[in-house]
Design a protein around this ligand. Structure first.
Ligand SMILES: NC(=O)c1ccc[n+]([C@@H]2O[C@H](COP(=O)([O-])OP(=O)(O)OC[C@H]3O[C@@H](n4cnc5c(N)ncnc54)[C@H](OP(=O)(O)O)[C@@H]3O)[C@@H](O)[C@H]2O)c1
Length: 306
């Protein structure tokens, strides 16, 4: 029997890593690197990551010998980062540095998952060359992580994105929130002055694999083809899932002065990746249809039950 190549994911209990597992477990041996949360998932390899030192993490990777490492661990709550900047720096920057050092030394290709939260929100559909200009601690730490990784490991692939997918009982995505609320007939308020280019995690993951196949390095925006407001994202979900869109009310970020400052436009251009792989990544509407199809096919139940 041919031995499958393996993938090591940090942030193994998180939204993205679990969707990676679900999508790629037939083709790869998936190692989910955990921190605190314990999960039990058939066919996965669960490893508690030892980030105590470069050597301890290095020894773990030496044993596993993954074909590549996906660094998806992070402190992802904008609020938690703002109120715990040291912790945000420790998790988002220092851990990324350690992962970059070890993968560089062991010559294992690294994919670092960055964000669309790196700019001040005054421009739309930004390209990869745009200088970063974060306006909150989450964005600052993610921008610093990119710089540190590029210095240490210039062969890393850095992915700027914003994704949604079916989540777990303990980690809901934005689409879960909308679908669950509307199914319970609850009114929700979504910002119609905040724009982004969200992508379905499945499409994000497939595109990262295409880039790895092409041995791409450097920064790539992997996002949907079109820019949309959070409000209109909710409306598209309601339409696709046959839910009552009158339950979605418009709200505005500018009327929420107590929220941690956020960019009002996070949209990124996917031109660079499109030119390299020679095809469109798809529209938000197409991706939402795929999200619905995933539910109908029941492929994501193992994640939803966690
Ligand atoms: N979700 C989005 O739409 C979005 C958008 C843009 C970018 N991103 C980026 O994409 C990546 C994945 O996001 P996600 O939404 O899948 O994350 P998530 O669901 O919030 O999961 C974060 C993961 O990081 C782990 N983690 C936290 N602190 C850690 C530590 N000290 N050591 C090791 N692991 C630690 C968590 O494990 P424990 O729970 O056990 O601590 C968890 O597995 C992140 O880098 C995020 O910044 C996400």
């Amino acid at each position: 029997m041919i031995k499958k190549s393996s993938i090591f994911l940090t942030g193994g209990s998180g939204l993205l890593a679990l969707n990676w597992f679900s999508l790629k477990k037939q083709d790869y041996s998936i190692f989910l690197g955990l921190n605190e949360r314990i999960i039990n998932l058939k066919d996965s390899n669960i490893i508690f990551i030892n980030f105590d030192s470069v050597d301890s993490f290095k020894n773990q990777l030496k044993i596993i010998q993954p074909s590549f490492v996906i660094h998806a661990a992070g402190l992802t709550s904008v609020e938690k980062c703002e109120y715990n900047p040291d912790l945000a720096y420790q998790i988002n920057v220092e851990l990324s540095k350690l992962v970059a050092l070890v993968t560089k030394e062991l010559k294992i290709p690294l994919v670092h998952i960055s964000t669309d939260h790196l700019f001040n929100g005054e421009s739309s559909m930004l390209l990869e060359e745009a200088p970063t200009c974060p306006i909150n601690i989450y964005g600052e730490t993610k921008a610093s992580a990119e710089k540190v990784i590029m210095q240490i490991n210039p062969n890393a692939l850095i992915i700027r994105t914003n994704f949604y997918a079916w989540g777990t009982t303990y980690r809901k995505s934005f689409s879960d929130y909308i679908i669950e609320s509307l199914r319970k007939k609850e009114v929700i308020c979504l910002f119609d002055d905040v724009y982004y280019t969200p992508i379905l995690a499945e499409k994000l993951i497939e595109t990262v694999h295409e880039l790895l196949h092409k041995k791409a390095i450097g920064v790539f925006n992997i996002v949907s083809d079109d820019r949309i407001s959070k409000y209109n994202f909710g409306i598209l979900i309601a339409e696709e899932f046959g839910l009552d869109k009158s339950l979605i009310h418009r709200s505005t970020l500018k009327d929420k002065p107590n929220l941690v400052r956020r960019p009002v436009d996070m949209s990124l251009s996917n031109k660079k990746v499109k030119d390299l792989i020679g095809k469109n990544l798809g529209t938000v509407k197409q991706h939402i249809a795929k999200l619905h199809q995933q539910e109908i096919e029941g492929k994501i139940q193992e994640i939803q039950l966690l």
